[in-house]
Write a protein that binds this ligand. Sequence first.
Ligand SMILES: Cc1cc2nc3c(=O)[nH]c(=O)nc-3n(C[C@H](O)[C@H](O)[C@H](O)COP(=O)(O)OP(=O)(O)OC[C@H]3O[C@@H](n4cnc5c(N)ncnc54)[C@H](O)[C@@H]3O)c2cc1C
Length: 424
Amino acid sequence: MTMQADLVVMGGGPAGTISAWLAAQDGRRVILIDPDRAPSRIEGLSPRLQNWLHRAGLLPHASVPLVRVPRRSLWAGTAYEGNHELLVSRPDLDRHLRDCAREAGATVVLDTATPAPGGARMGSGGCVEAPLVLDARGRRAAGRDGTRRGPPTVAMGVWLDGPAETPPQTLIVPLDDGWVWFACMGSGRAWAQVTLNAADPDKAPPPKRVARALADCTEQLPGFRPSGDATVARECSPVLSPVPDDLSVLPVGDAAAAMDPLSGHGMFWAVSSAIAAAAVRRTLTADTDGSGRSLAGRFLGQRTEDVFLRQARIGRDFIRAETARASLPFWKARAAFPDDEPAHPTVPAITTRRQVVVKDGRLTELEVLISPRSPGGVGWFHDLPAADLWRAHAKGEDAVRLAQRFGPAAARFPTWLAEEATPG
Ligand SMILES: Cc1cc2nc3c(=O)[nH]c(=O)nc-3n(C[C@H](O)[C@H](O)[C@H](O)COP(=O)(O)OP(=O)(O)OC[C@H]3O[C@@H](n4cnc5c(N)ncnc54)[C@H](O)[C@@H]3O)c2cc1C
């Protein structure tokens, strides 16, 4: 059977479901294909993603339990207790988001898919013809020429049973050969995710490797033991895909850039990637003279350089912060990926440059402000063009004059600009 669509999305994780939801909201005929075979596991929704889902009306309520817990970390030799995260069952969250895409008008197909000329081919034999394919099949989809991969890494997850009185919390514990993330849900149930080198010199099976790692942190979560449920092993090496040269198949989410799970922001970046891909899609759809194609190519190139590489370098710096273990093989290898460049490029003084940005959901070229604090560029200050404000201020217009010319919000520009002059 051959189906027709304006867009086919392969993969129904956060990147694919939000891409399909956005396209359906735009009134496009969209087909979302996912086999719904994701293994049972717990992940944390970062506050940024919670806010976005809430604003979009997509945060699950009663249908998917969300457990708000304090986040503790023993990283870099200090016990840190700061923010919170929202624990969620990932298969349940993904199903909820697929339902949201369906309710918005997307057709959801339970199958696997691979890109094919003019669309996608499904595992069961059917085809979808579509002018645009979004590849949201996750980290394992990223395999085009020029893909850069970090040290081979695996995360093994197990359910633990333990004392019912242990309060709900998450806890990160670094180990000599990896690190562990505990997500204690309360009532004596916890999820442990052990991140290790993919290769084990002893060739031990996953349950044995997990047991070894957990034995090193019994002090931190006393009384917890594997429940006997199957160990879920997932590849989690960082992956940086090259800029796509074929704009009819765009990687989105982890298929474009996948980081070490350490950051806890992977789902947020997957959604942010879906929003960026929607701007590319709308721009390509409206393109009549090739200018949209050129903007899309430049925008995707900028994202690869400015966003993905910066994320990978921030992850590397987090690894480097664990200085006491810097000479151990696990840590040494990860402290070197992707390179030695600073995560935030040094900008000596405020300047401007032309850049492709998203405006009103489409791509456009704009002069943006480049500052020591925001080397990636700032397009707008409270919806006002930041570069125009900067130029007016440089010519001597004070807060009062700026507010008269640009509107009341511009009065705060000089104070903000002073802060932008120092790296964040
Ligand atoms: C061990 C681990 C722990 C993590 N913990 C967190 C955390 O706590 N918080 C956080 O924010 N991020 C976390 N992340 C990162 C986060 O999981 C990813 O960044 C995020 O899921 C990426 O979303 P995605 O939609 O791009 O890909 P995925 O979520 O990987 O979704 C890919 C989808 O594609 C489907 N698929 C695969 N092959 C095919 C095919 N051939 N055809 C159709 N569909 C296919 C899969 O079934 C899946 O539904 C973690 C990652 C790992 C590896």
